[in-house]
Design a protein around this ligand. Structure first.
Ligand SMILES: [Zn+2]
Ligand SMILES: [Zn+2]
Length: 277
């Protein structure tokens, strides 16, 4: 079983009462946090999850709406955690790790504590990377097309046990590109950024500023053979018009489409299945 908790679905400038895009994936005893925007501690608290539960943090890219919460999260392990709390394993590209270290260096400086002890897995930015974090959990990182300054990686999470195989995939920030089909191939859930609407802004139909539309997300979900599609990282100017984006994607995709609110959880697989994880 995989549970995806949407901690926030907003773009860099969040909607009123919204927060930046971030997700927590639960698989057995593993808790994978995907991205770490400035309000991450409040986002976790809002869904009743302690940072102590997180086993891995994956950073898609170095833009601030995905990384500015990193020093605050690390500070929690330094001064907020009970003694012996496990520091999560950090997963990112080399460029993103450089940015994270700079952020830490200019905000809290050297801590000489648990932060430095966090295990790291550096994944490639220019090609597909595969990282097995558990005998039953494989992470595949795939380059997306977003920003020369902040190259982005999509994340595909595959689980396998005697109850079957499940896949969830996250595009992170990206404009249209062929790798998205690979990322979302036969996924039970494709979490696709839909920063813009081709219905409300036809001039953005081909994607804009390294971002996608709900129409592009729908087409990619259909081409990839995904079963469900979640639209995320939606620009604040569409607040109150979420249904238009959902309908835009539905015109392209035969599966289920949603635009989650913060706190929504989607479960994939049988709830009684994870005993072997
Ligand atoms: Zn972003
Ligand atoms: Zn970005």
């Amino acid at each position: 079983m995989i549970e995806v908790i949407f901690l926030g679905v907003s773009a860099a400038i969040p909607m009123r009462n919204g927060t930046n895009a971030a997700y927590l994936v639960r698989i057995g005893n593993e808790r994978i946090l995907i991205d770490c925007g400035p309000a991450i501690l409040q986002q976790l608290d809002a869904v009743g999850i302690s940072p102590a539960e997180i086993t891995h943090v994956f950073f898609t890219h170095r833009h601030g709406d995905h990384t500015l919460g990193y020093p605050m999260l690390m500070l929690w392990y330094e001064i907020g955690a009970d003694a012996g709390a496990q520091v999560p394993t950090l997963i990112a590209s080399e460029l993103t790790f450089d940015a994270l270290d700079t952020l830490m260096g200019v905000t809290y400086g050297p801590m000489d504590g648990v932060t430095e002890s966090a295990p790291r897995i550096t994944v490639p930015q220019d090609r597909i990377g595969r990282t097995q974090i558990h005998p039953n959990i494989m992470l595949t990182t795939i380059p997306m097309a977003h920003s020369n300054f902040a190259p982005s990686l999509g994340l595909r999470i595959e689980t396998r046990n005697q109850f079957g195989q499940h896949v969830v995939a996250f595009t992170g920030d990206t404009g249209p590109n062929e790798n998205i089909i690979l990322l979302g191939r036969d996924a039970d859930l494709l979490v696709h950024e839909a920063g813009y609407s081709a219905t409300l802004n036809p001039e953005y139909a081909q994607g804009v500023y390294g971002h996608s539309t709900a129409q592009i997300a729908g087409r990619n979900a259909q081409a990839a053979g995904a079963k469900r599609l979640a639209l995320v990282h939606v620009d604040a100017m569409y607040e109150g018009q979420e249904l238009t984006l959902i309908e835009e994607a539905r015109r392209e995709f035969g599966g289920e489409v949603c635009l989650p609110v913060a706190g929504l959880s989607i479960t994939i697989g049988q709830p009684d299945a994870p005993a072997s994880y």
